[in-house]
Ligand binder design. Structure first.
Ligand SMILES: Nc1ncnc2c1ncn2[C@@H]1O[C@H](COP(=O)(O)OP(=O)(O)OP(=O)(O)O)[C@@H](O)[C@H]1O
Length: 255
């Protein structure tokens, strides 16, 4: 499914947080959103998810404004994993993932074995099946993050929106999670801080700076020493492997 932000702007306290951004993610594509802290990545994710409404412009799912789509219907197409999402409810790991099925349940369509199966698969996919009975507050940050992803997978969306999905994860689970996301055959938009991971896994990268879209393109087009210096204020050399994939080698800042 195709998701498009058309000229979206959003303000808070009179300040422009996202300014006139136009970007589309194509069906099956993995689009990475990168940019320094405070550049507007989470806000753009919230706009794309329909969680916040643009002050100007619109977000379209398959050419239909998402503001006009019923929230329950939207949840069948689009799942968002927010940064720092938490729950204070006394819930087990499995119950958190079961929340992903909410959009499919009704009086006519109560919980079934099929829902159990989907939840079990999602738990397995993030390597949390053995901890499914553990209570939320007893889990580590990384385990909670993996459960949020599992909840989104259990939602069986067409589009996954992930805000810093590798937060809290050790390196093995970071790579495992991005690989897992790639293998789902979904349309994915992910805000990422690790630029090497963005280069490894994303089809295209959109670069934000101060609420504006600086550029968008294939990682090897976008990740240049010049851009890294201008947007991220770092000095790095850009290496390429045999497949033409870029790898950044940062230099220590001297100050
Ligand atoms: N509700 C709000 N009210 C006021 N300012 C806000 C609000 N939401 C976001 N901002 C500001 O907008 C800017 C962009 O925030 P956003 O969270 O979108 O950035 P980000 O790129 O995701 O940052 P990070 O990499 O630190 O997660 C920040 O300066 C933030 O403080």
């Amino acid at each position: 499914m195709r998701l498009e932000a058309r000229n979206v702007s959003w303000k808070a306290g009179g300040l422009a947080i996202v300014e006139e951004i136009s970007i589309a993610v194509e069906t099956g594509e993995f689009l990475g959103i990168i940019g320094p802290n405070g550049s507007g990545k989470s806000t753009l994710m919230g706009l794309l998810a329909g969680l916040i409404r643009p002050k100007r412009g619109e977000v379209l799912l398959e050419e239909k404004p998402i503001a006009a789509i019923d929230r329950r219907q939207l949840a069948r197409h689009l799942a968002l994993v927010e940064q720092l999402s938490d729950t204070t409810e006394r819930m087990s790991a499995r119950q958190v993932v079961e929340l992903g099925r909410t959009t499919y349940l009704s009086l006519q369509s109560p919980w079934s074995g099929e829902d159990d199966h989907i939840v079990g698969q999602a738990l397995g996919a993030v390597d949390m099946a053995d901890k499914q009975d553990r209570l939320w507050h007893t889990l580590s940050g990384g385990e909670r993050q993996r459960l949020h992803i599992a909840r989104a997978l259990a939602q069986q969306p067409d589009i996954l929106l992930l805000d810093e999905p590798t937060n809290h994860l050790d390196i093995s689970h970071q790579l495992g999670l991005l690989d897992l996301v790639c293998r789902q055959n979904l349309t994915v938009v992910a805000a990422l801080h690790d630029l090497n991971h963005a280069a490894m896994f994303c089809d295209r990268l959109a670069v934000l700076s101060q609420g504006r879209l600086v550029t968008v393109g294939a990682p090897e087009e976008v990740l240049t020493a010049d851009l890294l210096s201008k947007v991220f204020s770092v000095t790095a050399s850009v290496e390429r492997n045999d497949e033409g994939k870029v790898h950044l080698r940062y230099e220590r800042s001297r100050g």
